[in-house]
Write a protein that binds this ligand. Sequence first.
Ligand SMILES: [Zn+2]
Length: 120
Amino acid sequence: MIDVKEVEFDELDCSYNNEAVCPYCSYENVIILDGEDDSDENETECANCEKIFMYRVRVSVEFDSQPIENYYLKERQRLQSRIERYEIDDEPYKWQKEMALQSKRELAQLDKWMERLIEN
Ligand SMILES: [Zn+2]
């Protein structure tokens, strides 16, 4: 077996960071993720002390939530004001008419969706 001794390092300093903190010198290494093999353990060379160390990418997911009524009202207002914006001209361009129509369709869908939810 190769003679390797465990190295003491500040585990807390090396966890949950925005950059990969070098466990040897604490330098914050910027690592560009290429999305190919970012899972599991990766090795990299510290840009400061040039020692090789291992890092793992931690991906976190966060949720925002709100009452369905609030969402509906906000969404409705957003679409309504968009329609008004596209219908403001007396002689709208073709794309303006199309955008207004599209928004009206979305509005009708939203209403239908909300109606179905209230029924239950
Ligand atoms: Zn280092």
